[in-house]
Structure formats: C-alpha cells, structure tokens
Write a protein that binds this ligand. Sequence first.
Ligand code: PA5
Length: 426
Amino acid sequence: MTINLTYSGDYQQLVSSELEKRLKVIHNNMLNKTGVGSEFLGWHDWPSGVSETFLNEIQQTADTIRQNSDVLVVIGIGGSYLGSKAVIEALTPHFHKHEEIEVLYAGHHVNGEYLAKLMKYLDDKEVTINVISKSGTTTEPALAFRFLQKYMEDRYGEDACSRIIVTTDAQGGSLLSLSKDKGYQRFEVPSDIGGRYSVFTAVGLLPIAVAGFSIFDLIKGASTAEKTFQEFDINTNKAIQYAVIRNQLYNQNYSIEILATFESKLSYLQEWWKQLFGESEGKEQKGIFPASVSFSTDLHSLGQYIQDGQRILFESFLIIEETANDLSVFTADNNNDELNYLSGLTLNEFNLACYEATSSAHLTGKVPQIGISIKKLDEENIGYLLYFYMVSCAYSAYLLDINPFDQPGVEDYKTNIFKILQKPGY
Ligand code: PA5
C-alpha cells in the first residue's frame, strides 16, 4: 500500500540542509508530542492504537442502525461531518439506490427549507440520528438538533432515546449534559483530537460503518500510513515531500493550491482537504489558499484561468489509477462522430490521457504541478490517503511556524452572530 508522488520541478533543489534540520525537529516533535499544539496530536498515533473492541462496538451500533433504520441523519459541521461524507461519497457507486440505508446530513448549514423538507422526507422512513459536535456548543448543528430531536420525540415517543446517538467530547459541553440527561448512547471525541483530524474516530467511523463500508480496512490503511510516515527520510517520506514542495512554492509566491481530480466521487474528499489545509494553515496572514476543480468539467470553465490567468496557482492532481466498471469505446458503423480512432480505449484511459494533456498544457502555462496517485478507491487506500494528507498538513503548517490545530479565526464570526442575535453574555 502506497501513494505515488511526482513533482514537475526538481525536488532535490528545494531541500537545503537547513530545511532538513527544521523538518527533523518538526518530525520528532510530532512523534514525541511536543511543540506547539501538541495537546492536539492525538490523531498522529491514533490508527495504530485503535482497538478491535472499539471497532467492534462501532460496528455493532452500525449494524443495529442498519437493521432498524432506513435513514441515518448525521448532524454536524466542519470536521464533524466532512470526513465521513468524503469517505462515503468516494466509495458509493454513482446512481446508488440506497436500498439498505441512506446517510443524510444536517446542521452543516442553516436552511429552513432544507430542514423542513428533510423532516418531510423522513416521515415514511425509520430514522436514527447521530449528532456530532466535539465542543457540543456549535450553533448550526445545535439548531438542527433542536428541530430533529423534537421530530424524533414526536414520532417515536420514549423510543426516540434509543434512536439518537451523540458523539461529543467526554469532558464538557451542553451536548454532553443533554445526552446524559436523556440517556442517549454516546461516543467520545478524544480531547486531544480536533474536528478536522477526527475522521478515524467515532466521528467518522460510525456514519461510514452505517453506510456499509469497512471501518476495519479504513483503519488498516491509516495504520499502514502512520507506520510509513514515521520514518524520517526527506527522499522517501512522501508526506514530508508534499509539505516541502508546497512550502517552497509558497515561498515563490504561489499562494493558491488547486486540488484537481478526474473523479466526481471525490468532490467531498476535496471539501475535506480544503477544510484540513485551510483551517490548519490559514493564520497570521499566512498560508496557501486551498481550492479544487473537477476535470474534465472544470477544464471548460476554470481551465482558462489556470492556463492563462495570474501566475499564483499550483496544481496538485489526485489520480485514481484503476477504476471499477469501466467502459471501452466501441467501433461505430458509420463513424459520423469521427471517434472510431478511440476504439478499444477505456474511458479511464481517456482520463489518464486527459491528465497528461492537461498537465503538459498547464506546465507550458507555468503552473507548477504535484501528482498524487492511489491505486483504487477502496477503504484501505482512502484510509492511507487521508492519513497522508493529515500528517503532511501538520508539517506544512509547522513549516510556516503556525499551530496546525487551532482555529482562532472561526471564533470571530461566532462572536458577531451572538452579538447580533443578543445571546446572553454577549
Ligand atoms: O476542525 C475543527 O475543529 C472545526 O472545523 C470543527 O470540526 C467545527 O467547527 C465543528 O466543531 P464542533 O465539532 O465542536 O461542533
């Protein structure tokens, strides 16, 4: 299990002995859980420490939900929903009918019509709710939960209690006290793991298991990555290499990174990646702005800007080498569309050619490029990939002398909204 990483420039030229020394300190700080933000490094050795018992407990809960429910509604925002949504979307076949169970989301935005329609949609279905908030105080999911909790109590009466599962911090927050009062089943968000690093905890694992995907394989992939990236070698450790390339491009005034894919099932993985890097690095007027495109679609929209606009962008392609259920171009009798020259080509081969063509066009347009590829979209590969991004993101932020694990800027809008809506105490 591995990922491949390529860079359009000369990697060796980017690494000075001074940079290598800094990286070694960062690396050791992460391993030893010292340094800035180290109280939130719990995710770093989490995959290898996850016990079979814990995974079985999650799986058993998921099996019960799958048996007694048609829909699981996950209430959460930011790191409390993006990880599970990214994995579920990446693994779910296109046009899937959700015959067994459907996982839906709420509380990631505030929209009365959405919530009203969601409750209407749930009316003729059996429902379980998983409300996820580490702090237990985030307004958007708390608001959604107020409505959905009442909906569940109106529908199920006392039985609502067995259909509401809370995932929150073990120490405090109103969600914790509320769940204790009501006797809801509870999973813990470890206090040393922040939201955007929590996909391998119950935050991500329960919804992913409910959707029918193997959390055992996901953790296996993440564990392999954990082990691999413990080795400090700037010539082989790809998490370090990705961080170095990003950092050196940033120093050359490339301030926007575009994560480009040719697979539309990865759109939420792109959202997860944007949150991970944006919220971890974008502080103190520093950091690369993370953006995303989906090709070929965006080659016919943003492709123009990438090719010819301001030279402040670099691209990192995320490539899936093998796709399932591929089609081959067949030979048409009349060849009116003049596509017979493609006969026998699979559509994935077309995409790989398109990747090569796009990459070389954008290189001519002076867009530096990183290529990251995994073999296929399955639990193990995704677990490996997500861990790779997490560890690389931490190196990247530390290289900018930034604490990767806080998000002070997010508080500003929250304080303003409390003032505008006259929350007591504001
Ligand atoms: O990464 C983070 O910590 C944040 O994005 C949080 O996940 C997000 O703000 C939601 O917070 P909470 O889980 O406390 O409701």
